[in-house]
Design a protein around this ligand. Sequence first.
Ligand code: ASP
Ligand code: MG
Length: 315
Amino acid sequence: MRRLMLKGLDLRKPMNERKLAILKIQTGILKIIVEKLLEKGFYWMLPVILSKSTDPLWPDPDFSIEKKIEIEIYGEKVSTMQSMIVQKRVLVSLGPEKIFILSPNIRIEKRDRAATGKHLYEFTQFEVEIAYAKMHDIFRIYEELITESTEYVKKNLSHELEILGRDLKTPQPPFKVYKRSELEERYGNSWQDEISKIVEDPIWVTGIPRQFYDYEDPETGEWRNYDLILPEGYGEVISGAEREYEYEKLVKKLERDGLEKSSYKILLDLAKEGLLKPSAGAGLGIERFVAYIAGAAHVAEVQPFPRIPGIVPDI
Ligand code: ASP
Ligand code: MG
């Protein structure tokens, strides 16, 4: 681990062939996922970074944020982006109904997360949102993106896989779907790590109590959200959900979570007017996905400028 960090931070020497192979694989993956969604008629939106509205990341069983970065610009308080969930919802409600964004996220994770091999304090999400979509529409899209990009890398970048010593298997869609409650019963609180070590193909896990914007069925109490868990211990790579769109429900959940309504003004205004469309979406952690495809030991190995929790490099 320590050796890997130092190697990753040695930015005064040309990259080794391992790092170059990973960057080539990342380029191939991005090409495929962008192409596939453009073929399907998606709008490619550009990200914003500073906003009054960002993902609270709370409550979430995975929450481990040391600091939310809030700064003042032009006399107004803004935060750095933790996820573009609010912007995605607003966009698909106002015009482009199918969107994707390569969205940089800043999440100042607690330092002990350096050792997980999965956490970064800056990373990029491949964010998707579709008006009127349901959970299974999103499953099918990401299953296609994952299998197609895996196939592409195996076919066109076999030399790079060889350099990395990576024997890659293409998973078989549709991926199996599990309930979080069942996994928790069986494996306890660390179900995510446990199941990730056991499964052979990625799996979907649904029904995870978390942020206000994920849809909660009023009758069953079921959360219509999902994570995709990768095999070989690579863990969670996608989080997403069907979304809440009703004003009263959104307000109630924001209050339940102790969040400031003023941070979600446009979302709430649209919902009040009945203009916030029901939608579903998800974000894929690009570095985590590339790390899995490349068989990297730490997700920071994928980054040209590693952003490991607790370690701030000179560049
Ligand atoms: N991107 C996720 C979503 O679409 C939220 C997250 O960042 O976990 O729900
Ligand atoms: Mg997540």
